[in-house]
Design a protein around this ligand. Sequence first.
Ligand code: UDX
Length: 466
Amino acid sequence: MKIAVVGAGYVGLVSAACFAELGHEVVAIENDLEKLAQLHSGCVPIHENLLSELFLRHAGIRLTFTSDISDGIRNAEAVFITVGTPPAPNGDADLSFVEAVAREIACDLQSRKVVVEKSTVPVRTCEAVRRTMLLAGADRRLFSVASNPEFLREGTAVSDFLYPDRIVVGVDDEYSRSVLAAVYSPLTNGSYYRRDDAIPGYSAGAPRILFTSVKSAELIKHASNAFLAMKISFINTVAAVSEAVGADIRQVCEGVGADSRIGNRFLNPGIGYGGSCFPKDVLAFRSIATQLGCDAELLTATMNVNQRQRDRFVEKVRHAVWNLRGKRLAVLGLAFKGGTDDTRESPAIEIVRRLVKEGAQIVAYDPAAVERAKRELTDIEIEYSDDPYEACRGADALLVLTEWQLFSELDLRRLAQLLRCPMLIDGRNLFDPSEVKEAGLHYHSIGRRESEAPLPESEELVPWHQ
Ligand code: UDX
């Protein structure tokens, strides 16, 4: 099938490459000429596992790029809209890019197409897209509008696309249903998984495609992300209680998550959720719910708990090192989660900024996100290190802010020797408290009592101010 994808951002690029992987002929349309030049030269402009592999396989063959929307959509049967929907100052999603694309498609409509909204948008956006296209003069017989929300997580987006839990397709007419069923048929009929060259992944069988009305599909996206964000805020609330009474949140999570009605995924406490989706989606969902006159208190609480979690972590650091002014703190992790270079709405970035404003000196390491962090943290001065151990040399404490797998594999004894003060403050619960203690480090984590390594004999104690 011939497919056009408008907007080669994160979702657009992954979707376009994966559609090509499924055997479709894909044109990705991007109006940022610098990005387009990168794409033409075969460069993948984002850090995403397996995406380079898909580019090697398909770029220039089944996956091509253009800045010309009219050219790009000419032969397409399905046109996916994957442009950005950033938050507007009032919390609504800013849909001006979606509107602009809808108008352009309307002006270039020469053959029948299904226009599929894939960006995360509030319920009723497809209705507005359809109206915009009609007002722009599109022939109603030549298009229908569908919704196909994505559930891609950064870092595992390609596998999430090819091995989804479910595929949600919102359609209000038979034609759209048949086109979108054909788009995803290599996954739903299992033929993709039987290919020798299939990207490996875990699948418990071919995924289910769920056809719903357009409005229901739009709501599924916001409801899913808001639920996951709420689950994280919930467990962060429990973690605070657990810490206060001296329980162990890992055991609590195991017990709670073992109930199959709850499940143990997205039940890890930490420094709060970040990224380009959860914060924005919860805000936008609350905004649309409020506009519709519906109660959105649960969403407000989810956001407040998330903010409070960052505050609590800064308090924890203050409690551990006493005065922040003049303290040298090693920070491991700047990305909003492990496996990505993305620092958008990263709790780590906010925490670093606040610690610096309180007088701490930061030396930070992240395996992928340093360049992006530098662009974001222009208002403060911090040092960057290209080695996690070096970052710790002579520091008054080590802070772990992102759940990179490689951090959990660090040699704790070596860290203890490099740090000036053997203090580990773990915002992601990456370590086992008894192992940290054995390595000679004091340990502060989330939802567990702090654990003290034996203090050196009094004459060996290093005063804080030295
Ligand atoms: C999310 C959704 O998972 C995905 O379905 C949607 O399409 C886009 O938004 P993503 O933003 O890539 O994906 O990250 P995700 O893995 O969901 O993590 C979001 C945030 O929650 C991160 O900051 C992460 O560290 C945090 N998190 C996640 C927790 O604090 N605890 C958890 O148990 C899980």
